[in-house]
Design a protein around this ligand. Structure first.
Ligand code: HEC
Ligand code: HEC
Length: 184
């Protein structure tokens, strides 16, 4: 009797451990929990978590159900965290970039400065070249990332404050207000 019981317990325990191995990834779980709880003032959706590495949660491994291929946040200025909406984020992957006729893919930032592409709308062939413009900004305004994005579609994996050896800082559109679209 006693022997049978321990076999059952052992079997249940090993099934549980296998399940744990299949789903759990402590590094991923730690990354997600380090990002903290939702801001109660912002609904969970397109405007949430500006500046965070979106694909920590939207990378296909949860906890978000929807998966993105590339996503990030554009702020207005170098030293402030006001978002800039209406920024056209142009992405040219390794198929589009060498082709002089290819315009790549454009996506636009929303009121939180966030942009995102679901995996089923765009699956980039890395590396990806990035350019920012805005339809009503002064001529010559905008930014180019001179290096390219090698494999991580979450801009904020590299771009976060403070600026330092770990990061070029948050993504911003202009060095001073004269480079911003009117009324920003
Ligand atoms: C800590 C985890 C986490 C982070 C980081 C995160 N999200 Fe989400 N997001 C969620 C969850 C959970 C939902 C609920 C809906 C779901 O499961 O897809 C959601 C929903 C959304 C939705 C609505 C569903 C959809 O696909 O249209 C959008 C849009 C979205 N997030 C954008 C973003 C953007 C942009 C960023 C980065 C600036 C971001 N999220 C960062 C967890 C996260
Ligand atoms: C692998 C790390 C990494 C990722 C991921 C990354 N960047 Fe960058 N980015 C950099 C570095 C480093 C620089 C500074 C040197 C340069 O311009 O190449 C930079 C520069 C930039 C600049 C120019 C900044 C300036 O003031 O001139 C922009 C704009 C930019 N990135 C946007 C983005 C966007 C949008 C994404 C996501 C689609 C992204 N980056 C993803 C590392 C990264």
């Amino acid at each position: 009797m006693r022997a049978n019981l321990s076999i059952v317990v052992l079997a249940a325990l090993s099934a549980f451990m296998m399940l744990g191995n299949a789903c759990g990834d402590p590094v991923h779980d730690d990354l997600v929990s380090a990002l903290g709880a939702e801001n109660p003032k912002v609904p969970t959706g397109p405007l949430h978590r500006p500046g965070q590495p979106c694909m920590a949660c939207h990378g296909g491994r949860g906890p978000a159900k929807s998966a993105f291929s590339m996503a990030g946040t554009v702020f207005a200025l170098i030293d402030k965290t006001d978002p800039l909406s209406g920024v056209v984020v142009n992405l040219k992957d390794s198929v589009a970039y060498p082709d002089p006729n290819s315009k790549g893919i454009d996506t636009t930032t929303n009121a939180a400065g966030n942009f995102f592409l679901h995996s089923d709308e765009f699956t980039p062939a890395y590396p990806v070249h990035v350019k920012l413009s805005h339809p009503t900004a002064p001529a010559g305004a905008g930014k180019v990332m001179y290096s390219h994005v090698g494999r991580d579609g979450s801009c904020a994996s590299c771009h976060h404050d403070p600026v330092g050896t770990e990061s070029p800082g948050h993504i911003y559109f202009a060095d001073d207000p004269s480079g911003l679209p009117p009324s920003q």
